[in-house]
Design a protein around this ligand. Structure first.
Ligand SMILES: [Zn+2]
Length: 197
């Protein structure tokens, strides 16, 4: 009878396996399966439940060039010199009516510190636009590294404008001058930003 034979072989296997187990007088205790020593720790719980995805080939993309244009990767290239970043800057600077070229990270940093202080509306806009552009380019870079769908220069530009617009609309007490009024029209800013008088 095949069923009986199978059961007897299972019993034999069980006997041979349990014969190697030693018993002690100590009480049984709960053992956490997720850590090597059986003790429960939060990290091991997180490791047990966290979502796992395919490993990122860090070495592969670190060695590769620019994700936008395959050029040589560097800070200046990524944020300013890359044809992708340069197009975003061109559009943002046009919107700010600031016509400049040849941006370099260290020089830009110094220029911003020197020229973008104070509460003038245009300076404040330029300050925010600078940070938003750098941040948005960096975001797009990361997205592409992790396999995200590439976003066009135009969409990145509109994203920057939208963020700057939203931040600027929360400002208050801006002086009612002709220049500021023109800037507010260019950026479609709410009239609430102006001081009452
Ligand atoms: Zn590039």
């Amino acid at each position: 009878m095949p069923g009986v034979r199978r059961k007897s072989s299972m019993v034999l296997r069980l006997v041979s396996e349990t014969s190697l187990v030693s018993f002690s007088d100590r009480n049984d205790m709960w053992v956490w399966d997720g850590s090597p020593d059986g003790r429960f720790v939060q990290n091991s719980l997180w490791e047990a439940i966290r979502p796992w995805s395919e490993r990122v080939p860090w070495a592969k993309w670190m060695d590769n060039g620019c994700v936008f244009c395959s050029g040589v990767k560097s800070q200046d290239h990524l944020f300013f010199h890359c044809c992708y970043s340069a197009q975003v800057w061109r559009l943002v600077l046009q919107k700010l009516k600031a016509y400049r070229g040849g941006l370099v990270w260290q020089e830009e940093r110094k220029w911003c510190i020197r020229n973008l202080g104070g509460k003038f509306l245009k300076r404040r806009l330029m300050r925010v636009a600078f940070m938003c552009t750098v941040y948005t380019i960096w975001q797009e870079w990361n997205s592409r590294v992790f396999g995200g769908t590439p976003v066009s220069v135009d969409l990145i530009y509109h994203k920057v404008v939208s963020i700057v617009h939203d931040i600027a609309c929360s400002w208050r007490g801006v002086k009612r001058t002709k220049v500021n009024w023109e800037i507010s029209l260019e950026w479609s800013l709410s009239h609430c930003i102006f001081s009452p008088s």
